[in-house]
Write a protein that binds this ligand. Structure first.
Ligand SMILES: N[C@@H](CCC(=O)N[C@@H](CS)C(=O)NCC(=O)O)C(=O)O
Length: 337
């Protein structure tokens, strides 16, 4: 009896300490790499070149998680997934993280049993039309043929928008994003609708990108972020704090180039971020230089943004609301403390 009781107390203590559900981190370590679900090709977010090398802000994020776990950002493999396939791949355990322009919604939290670790791009749904149509506003689109992807929030929002504005429309939906681009470019639709960042990305694939106009209306909120399965709080924390570390690093002025030098900083917040003070990494189940390794590999949030989707890239997206909270935006990461 005493033995059973002691065991129960020990098991309880382990559960409280968060060890009882550490399966994903164990699996990732045993496998030797993070399995990251990405899109099938969305420039700036997750896109493979002809040699199969993936780049993008969502790809950087997975390299960041690999750097946090292994101290080596190359220990990651990418699984391209359509919008329709992505949640099953995560729920079934085929991937450890979904890092793929995915909108955080209540249904995805509750019905699908997922956890969004945060937001790495605040977006909204937009519409693009060939400039030759002469359309200046979405309110002129009654009766339009509209191209989009299946299995997305996009389909739902466009239906709401047209209903609310008493307009009819014909939805032409495809599973693969490139099918949407091809159909729109071939003139099968008057309108291409998706997240505005997605429009900026997909527009680069059109025969003549400058011959298209993005309409002024933003018809939804699309907070995009990395997702994990529910039921593994330790893994959820690792993914969430990888994102927080990248955002906090930008706020603290820690960059890919200066992270080594910043290790010697006297600023207590930088010391906690880079592990020269406290046990923040160990408490995640990692080493204390976890965040230093992320920044060495992929830079801070702003560096990854600028390199992949910012004004100097083909997407040309201004920081806008994705600027830090103290620079006029809404990016606000919880502190490492
Ligand atoms: N954020 C929306 C839309 C996501 C989505 O799948 N968008 C399409 C159009 S931008 C896409 O990612 N295409 C790229 C691909 O499937 O590879 C959602 O989470 O439902």
């Amino acid at each position: 009896m005493k033995k059973i009781l002691t065991f129960a107390i020990a098991a309880g203590a382990m559960a409280v300490a968060g060890f009882a559900q550490a399966a994903t981190l164990d699996d990732v370590r045993a496998r030797g790499y993070v399995q990251c679900g990405v899109s099938q090709g969305l420039p700036g977010f997750s896109n493979a070149d002809d040699n199969g090398n993936w780049t993008g802000i969502d790809v950087d994020f997975c390299h960041g998680v690999a750097a946090a776990v292994f101290g080596d950002s190359s220990k990651v493999r990418f699984t391209p997934l359509s919008a329709k396939q992505r949640f099953t791949a995560l729920s079934s355990g085929e991937i450890d993280i979904l890092s793929r322009n995915t909108t955080w919604t209540m249904t995805r939290d509750t019905q699908l049993g997922l956890n969004f670790a945060g937001v790495n791009y605040y977006d909204g749904q937009g519409m693009m039309v060939p400039s030759s149509l002469g359309v200046k506003s979405a309110t002129e689109l009654d009766g339009a043929n509209i191209c989009t992807n299946t299995g997305t929030t996009t389909e739902l929002n466009i239906t709401d928008y047209f209903r609310a504005n008493n307009m009819s429309f014909n939805l032409v939906a495809f599973e693969k994003a490139d099918e949407v681009v091809a159909a729109y470019d071939a003139g099968r639709c008057d309108v291409y609708t998706t997240d505005r960042s997605g429009l900026a990305a997909q527009r680069t694939k059109l025969a003549n990108p400058s011959a298209h106009t993005v309409l002024p209306e933003i018809i939804s909120k699309e907070p995009l972020g990395p997702v994990v399965r529910q039921g593994d709080d330790q893994w959820f924390n690792i993914v969430r704090w990888t994102l927080n570390a990248m955002i906090n690093a930008e706020e603290l002025g820690v960059t890919k180039a200066n992270v080594g030098q910043m290790m010697g900083s006297d600023n207590p917040a930088i010391k906690r971020l880079l592990g020269s003070e406290g046990n923040f990494g160990e408490e995640l189940g990692l080493s204390n230089d976890w965040a230093a390794n992320i920044i060495k590999a992929v830079g801070n949030y702003g560096e990854s943004y600028d390199a992949n989707v910012g004004p100097d890239t083909p997407l040309g997206l201004d920081r806008g609301v994705n600027a830090l909270w103290n620079k006029g935006g809404i990016l606000y990461a919880a502190p490492i403390r």
